[in-house]
Design a protein around this ligand. Structure first.
Ligand code: DGL
Length: 269
């Protein structure tokens, strides 16, 4: 069995962990939330790169065989650096799904909701540059949304109001497809549907990310025993019990099938 580290600035990466438990329930997981420092999206590139590497080193020191950087912001700012330092461990990142969005949009008008740090990163803009100019992308930074989700308010009135402001330019442009370019945003699905209706196509890359993880694991552990449910350890830099409670609230997976542990990690504060 593999031990897989999943890391995010906070609870956003739980959307990736949820999908991983659906496709790969037999492996053991460490979910690491750096909630004391969330949100990452308005921090400098240097800070995000250094902090993300520090946390991935921590996961490697815990014996992780693979690490998922379950954060678009950290992937955009740090993944190349992390891969160059941790050369023995597969590092899987997350990127806004602008490519599938461009292919799926029938009008060629796509909204991209992501953090400011993701939208201004070279990685994101390089990817954007490879896509046909016939597709129009309306980029919108979701300032203020992550702290609301972190405080358990994904479906509150306050969140709905802020989201309405952020989605207005995307709606005005007539987008038929919306990229959820931050792993926290799949938890806003209900509110997004309330505002934009059922016809808009929402793009979330968690399925593709986990399929990529699966491919990596198949080469590392081809004889994995699939007849078990692995353990999950929730580690937070702020409040591990709160993280576990949020996981039970936000995730669809039946966590009671897994042995659960939680830990407050103060060493990397
Ligand atoms: N969940 C993260 C992402 O996918 C980071 C959000 C934040 O901390 O600003 O971008």
């Amino acid at each position: 069995m593999a031990l897989i580290g999943v890391f995010d600035s906070g609870v956003g990466g739980l959307s990736i962990l949820d999908e991983a438990l659906r496709q790969l329930p037999e492996h053991d997981y460490i979910y690491l939330a750096d909630s004391i420092h969330a949100p990452y999206g308005e921090r400098s590139s240097e800070w995000i790169a250094a902090r993300s590497l520090e946390l991935c080193r921590f996961l490697a020191s815990q014996g992780c065989n693979a690490i998922v950087v379950a954060c678009n912001t950290a992937t955009a700012q740090a993944i190349a650096h992390i891969r160059s330092e941790l050369i023995d461990i597969p590092i899987i990142g997350v990127e806004p799904g602008i490519k599938p969005a461009a292919l799926q949009s029938s009008k060629g008008i796509v909204g991209v909701l992501a953090t400011e740090a993701t939208l201004k990163s070279d990685k994101f803009n390089d990817l954007l540059g490879t896509l046909p100019s016939s597709c129009q992308f309306i980029k919108q930074a979701g300032a203020g949304l992550v702290p609301l989700i972190e405080s358990g308010q994904a479906n509150s009135e306050e969140t709905l109001e802020l989201l309405a402001k952020h989605l207005e330019p995307i709606q005005d442009a007539g987008a038929d497809t919306l990229v959820l370019g931050c792993t926290h945003y799949p938890f806003l699905r209900k509110s997004i549907r309330k505002l934009l209706g059922d016809s808009i196509n929402l793009i979330d890359t968690s399925d593709a990310v986990v399929r990529q993880l699966k491919r990596k694991l198949e080469t590392l552990h081809p004889d994995a025993d699939s007849d078990r449910y692995g353990s999950i350890k929730f580690i937070s830099s702020k409040d591990a019990k709160a993280l576990l409670n949020m996981s039970q609230e936000l995730m669809q997976s039946n966590l009671s099938q897994h042995a659960l542990e939680w830990q407050l990690e103060l060493s990397f504060k």
